[in-house]
Design a protein around this ligand. Structure first.
Ligand SMILES: CC(C)(COP(=O)(O)OP(=O)(O)OC[C@H]1O[C@@H](n2cnc3c(N)ncnc32)[C@H](O)[C@@H]1OP(=O)(O)O)[C@@H](O)C(=O)NCCC(=O)NCCS
Length: 155
């Protein structure tokens, strides 16, 4: 697979949001309830929020043959706010590549620590990449409670 990683543009929003929706439905569904998955995936429809994320964060996409197969974004210099890989491209090293670029950006931004909130589904991946759990938390989103983990790594 030939992966190209580049910064996202507003034209990518339809593809990014479909990766987001499909990955949550297909992959995160093993760790969260049907209702939680429905509400979480509906975040794909909040187009103003995606536009804001692309404009105001460091937002990168991974492409294979002109198709977006993963994306990641960094908020406020060192907060790793999102990482999603296409449901049909899991376990092919795409998340690691995106993470390396995000981590390099954090170093360039002058920070020594990267932080994130990660899903139950993504925790094994982050632990595998030497992130430590600061705490398990319950986060509210659209009236539902989601369990996830605050993690960090010294770079
Ligand atoms: C978590 C996620 C981003 C990982 O993406 P990925 O591209 O499949 O990960 P990689 O292929 O780069 O994984 C590299 C290594 O991390 C580890 N790893 C990845 N996923 C793992 C899992 N589910 N369980 C245990 N280890 C895992 C493995 O060591 C893997 O190497 P291997 O496949 O050779 O064993 C992806 O599963 C995903 O999109 N999950 C759903 C969305 C999500 O929850 N994102 C976080 C939101 S906060």
């Amino acid at each position: 697979m030939e992966l190209k990683i580049r910064q996202a543009t507003l034209e990518d929003i339809p593809e990014i949001t479909s990766v987001f929706r499909d990955t949550i439905r297909a992959i995160n569904s093993k760790d969260y309830s049907e209702k939680q998955i429905q509400v979480w995936a509906s975040g794909a429809n909040d187009l103003d929020k995606w536009e804001d994320r692309i404009k105001n964060n460091y937002f990168i996409v991974a492409e294979n043959e002109n198709r977006i197969v993963g994306f990641a974004y960094l908020k406020n210099g060192n907060y790793f706010d999102g990482l999603f890989v296409h449901k049909d491209y899991q376990r092919q090293g795409i998340a690691i590549k995106l993470m390396r670029i995000i981590e390099s950006k954090v170093i360039t931004n002058g920070y020594e620590i990267i932080k994130s909130d990660v899903s139950i589904t993504a925790l094994p991946f982050f632990e595998d990449q030497y992130y430590s759990v600061e705490k398990k938390q319950k986060k509210s989103f659209k009236g539902l409670v989601f369990e996830n983990y605050i993690v960090y790594k010294e770079l």
